[in-house]
Design a protein around this ligand. Structure first.
Ligand code: ZN
Ligand code: ZN
Length: 332
């Protein structure tokens, strides 16, 4: 099969993904083989490719926002008939036995595997998944438009949950890429007012189109104090600015898997019971809950489509803030 393979981490400007032929994988017990139709591109892919995350499997096929159809199944994988359209997300498997799994916090599992990082992912014609970790895709979404729901959407949704934002609240979104452009639609559905802080003017424009009441620079002061804020940009220097924008008792959620160093914080930015917390992965429950609400709203994803062989170009565009919404790889 055709796939984009990373042999060793390198800056994306050097186009490190190699478009080549690799053996088509075979589903093992409990697994399904998915014929990939679309794979969304996530900033985490960039962190894997550029080596900001510790190396776990090399070579590796990145990609963890996979939409496709089940082509075959291994032993004991009988939950879905062949031909079912499913999504494969970042959380590839958990042990189900550690203290976190037992406590309903499988996102924090001690022995997880991750799609496109510790096991091969969806920048390929076929990908494997545990059948208990795939998500049926709601009918209203086309393959390409559904792909960004699987990480940008689900992680954005978990970030919203952990930010504590509720009806009528004021929410700040820092960085306005794939995750934020979905999260704003959920937040508005919940009746929240959204303030977008992002350095890129095109992203500010998209935020206003999607109903933000205000859009400005990353460290600009929003015109009203915020109940909650989420930082999606991987830049630690935004943390003090976002805390400064919060009301007393407000919560700042950090939505990324990697962030540059957070500068020293003046305790006054935290005092008055402000909370900073991060978001790590998601539970399957988050995923199913999000996809249900995404179909109800319904969420509209803005996408820029690239052929599989041009994954390097898509990732370069992502790094340069040149994607409006989400980048998605299309399989032939
Ligand atoms: Zn576990
Ligand atoms: Zn992701």
């Amino acid at each position: 099969m055709k796939a984009c393979i990373l042999r060793s981490p390198a800056p994306i400007e050097t186009n490190p993904l190699e478009f080549s032929d690799v053996p088509k994988p075979e589903p093992q017990a409990g697994q399904v083989l998915v014929k990939v139709q679309a794979c969304g591109i996530c900033r985490t892919d960039l962190h894997v490719i550029e080596g900001e995350l510790a190396q776990r499997k090399m070579p590796v096929i990145p990609g963890h926002q996979v939409v496709g159809v089940i082509e075959s199944a291994g032993a004991n994988a009988t939950r879905y008939p062949t031909g079912t359209r499913v999504g494969i997300a970042w959380l590839h498997s958990t042990d189900g036995t550690c203290e976190y799994c037992k406590a309903g916090k499988e996102n924090l599992c001690n022995n997880p595997t991750f799609t496109g990082y510790t096991v091969d992912g969806g920048y390929a014609e076929y990908a494997l998944a545990q059948e208990s970790f795939v998500y049926p895709i709601p009918e209203g979404f086309g393959d390409l438009k559904a792909a960004p729901l699987l990480c940008a959407g689900i992680i954005g949704f978990r970030s919203l949950r952990l930010s504590g934002i509720g009806r009528g609240g004021r929410l700040g979104l820092y960085g306005f890429g794939a995750a934020a452009h979905v999260a704003i639609q959920v937040a508005r559905y919940w009746g929240a007012e959204v303030y977008a802080c992002t350095r890129d003017e095109r992203h500010q424009k998209l935020a206003l189109e999607l109903g933000a009441v205000w859009a400005g620079g990353t460290i600009a002061d929003p015109p009203a104090k915020l109940d909650s804020a989420i930082i999606f940009a991987p830049a630690g220097e935004i943390v003090p600015a976002a805390l400064k924008a919060l009301k007393k008792g407000g919560t700042l959620a950090l939505g990324g898997i990697h962030m540059s160093t957070i500068p020293p914080l003046d305790y006054n930015l935290l005092y008055q019971e402000r909370v900073v917390r991060c978001v790590a992965n998601n539970t399957r429950q988050d995923g199913h809950d999000f996809l249900r609400i995404a179909a109800q709203i319904p969420i509209h994803t803005e996408i820029e489509v690239f052929p599989l062989r041009e994954a390097n170009r898509a990732l370069n565009a992502l790094k340069n803030d040149a994607i409006r919404g989400a980048a998605v790889l299309k399989l032939d």
